[in-house]
Design a protein around this ligand. Structure first.
Ligand code: 8YV
Length: 315
């Protein structure tokens, strides 16, 4: 029986080959599929190669008595109950760093697309509105505007560096003040103070229970009528109800979101709003980065089976 369980289909043949080169793998993506595995098959599982955001909880881990490692394909591991894993002596690993640039690129793409009406402009041309003699309504300048980075980790920093290149004064929250270029403003962990200082608010904190609703109702309202919220982190990091309320009432200008509370099912009220740009959680979805994430995941799998130290453990 295979020693690796994969929780979602492969993105590519390369990824499949890479995992199978470590050990044979079996796909069991749902709790039902896992529970239906014969006992000997469950006993053979020593590693889970996890992808996506469906929860891996203690009960799932208990189906596999010889499970030793869960390797997350992604930097965020909020889907995995790490405390439950640690209590069972199971190592959890992730794939940090390799995706920083892509996630930051998408954050800037969302900001530029939102401010310059790229999606509407494309439709304007295709649908013949321009040819019929109508000019696209004036949109909004992004360069030079104050930007707030909620969470100055590795991804937050990559976003901030890009914003700085657009002449945007950078403000940020973080657990600790970071070593930054001169002029960047640290707001401690006070996201309301951050919101008061900026027009653009980019959410880049880690997911999980501790950051649930990090961008709070108060912070959203503090952004004010020119405020735009960008989220490339996790849907849970924003009080989504408060965000929808503020968008519907025009208390903030808009939002561009790659992640959602209940993804892939996006709240119908968000879909109905014209001042919101929506993306299907694609920030790390380039061919190049998905390859690098797969390599990083397999390095952790291989380390386990070779008895070597894990390259990127989280517990
Ligand atoms: C992936 C992500 O879509 O890295 C993350 O935390 O959210 C994304 O890169 C996801 O993890 C795929 O498993």
């Amino acid at each position: 029986y295979p020693a690796i369980l994969i929780s979602a289909p492969y993105f590519s043949e390369d990824e499949k080959a890479r995992i199978e080169a470590v050990r044979p793998a079996v796909l069991a993506g749902t709790p039902e599929a896992r529970a239906a595995m014969p006992e000997e098959a469950r006993l053979a599982i020593r590693a889970i190669a996890n992808k996506g955001h469906k929860p891996i909880d203690g009960a799932t881990m208990d189906l596999f008595p010889n499970l030793a490692v869960i390797t997350q394909f992604g930097v965020g591991y909020d889907a995995i109950d790490v405390a439950a894993a640690t209590a069972r002596g199971i190592t959890v690993t992730n794939t940090p760093d390799v995706l920083n640039e892509d996630v930051a690129d998408l954050a800037l793409a969302l900001m530029l697309a939102w401010s310059r009406e790229i999606v509407k402009g494309d439709a304007w041309v295709r649908e013949g509105t321009w040819a019929a003699g109508r000019e696209l309504p004036l949109n909004r300048k992004m360069s030079g505007a104050h930007v707030g980075i909620a969470g100055m980790g590795r991804i937050g920093r990559a976003i901030a560096d890009r914003c700085a290149a657009f002449g945007m004064p950078v403000h940020y929250t973080s657990r600790t003040a970071k070593d930054t270029p001169e002029g960047w403003t640290y707001h401690g962990e006070d996201v309301v103070s951050l919101a008061q200082a900026v027009e653009w608010m980019v959410v880049a904190v880690v997911g999980g229970d501790k950051t649930k609703g990090y961008l709070s109702r108060e912070a959203i309202d503090a952004l004010g009528p020119r405020g735009v919220v960008i989220n490339i982190a996790r849907g849970t990091c924003i009080d989504e109800e408060a965000l929808i309320g503020a968008l519907e009432a025009g208390r903030i200008a808009g939002a561009a979101l790659d992640v959602f509370y209940n993804e892939p099912h996006v709240d119908a009220r968000l879909i109905a709003l014209p001042n919101v740009l929506l993306q299907p959680h694609q920030a790390s979805s380039t061919v190049e980065t998905r390859r690098d994430m797969s390599i990083a995941q397999c390095a952790n799998l291989k380390a386990y089976f070779d008895g070597e130290p894990f390259p990127t453990p989280v517990n």
